[in-house]
Design a protein around this ligand. Sequence first.
Ligand code: DAH
Length: 341
Amino acid sequence: MTLQEKIDAIVAAAADGVGACGELSQISDLKVKFLGKSGELTALLRGMKELPAEERPAAGKLVNEARDKINALIDEKFASLQARKEQERLKSESLDVTLKGRAVARGSLHPCTLVKEEILSIFTSLGFSVAHGPEVETDYYNFRQLNIPKDHPARDMQDTFYLGNDILLRTHTSPVQAHVMEENKPPIRVVCPGKVYRPDDDATHSPMFQQIEGLVIDENITLCDLKGILECFAKELFDKNTKVRFRPSYFPFTEPSVEVDLSCSVCHGKGCRICKGTGWIEVLGAGVVNPRVLEMSNIDPEKYSGFAFGMGIERIAMIKYGIPDMRILFENDVRFLRRFK
Ligand code: DAH
């Protein structure tokens, strides 16, 4: 066998070996086998010294060319296996950047908060300021100062949670009127939102609910001013065709007193399920501030007069959003709350 044939056989064997190699980890074995110290090519090189001196350069050249060829074959294989491995890795770690992200759940304001803020913003835009009072009250502010003496039958209208002798959870926001009148001189224009408490629990009553109290004290304030303000308020809160109706009523702290009805925003007065066929919905109590209440707060009833009103926030929310049962407002069922986003 000539040297050339031997070399061709080695290169052919190396090409087969490289062709059969399917793993990166086998590459170094191939190198050892065909190019290493105990490989056939190295043996050929070692045998070179037995050749006549004039044949050595040509033989050496042949062996070196074979070596380069095998090296190139192995390098090429290495590169292709490496590329395949990279592709596999990219595939397995792939990230679909076109997928939709997961939305972060966002809370929303409770319908009563929405209604309260809307009511407050209507009144503040009419020049009212906002005042707050304590939820734990004394008998004096909750009742006596509002012309409801100890054994007055009006106390039955507002069953009370007592915390002690003379200390109670306020049954309405009307006591904030007295705090405001003690701390401010007329003219007074305030709205007072807050929680109130009564031992009631059914579809239209809750032991805790919210009210907004309104109070205006100035010279020459009459029932007409009350009606004008409430009409303006109702048209803003519901719609511009909303009508306001006063019915005579009784509250110890106002004289005269009225119950205020609004024309039904659902049927516009025709009569429907919401207004129980009457076309009107009762929304608040109001009246001209009783002069005795002014006197108790050291405001001269000869010089000043005023009006006051009080409304339930849950009730307004129920009317505005068509909510049939007040308890839904307190259940915190997210399926219900989500609808107010
Ligand atoms: N405080 C009354 C209640 O809780 C509502 C009310 C009626 C407030 C007449 C007023 C008013 O200021 O003048 O039922």
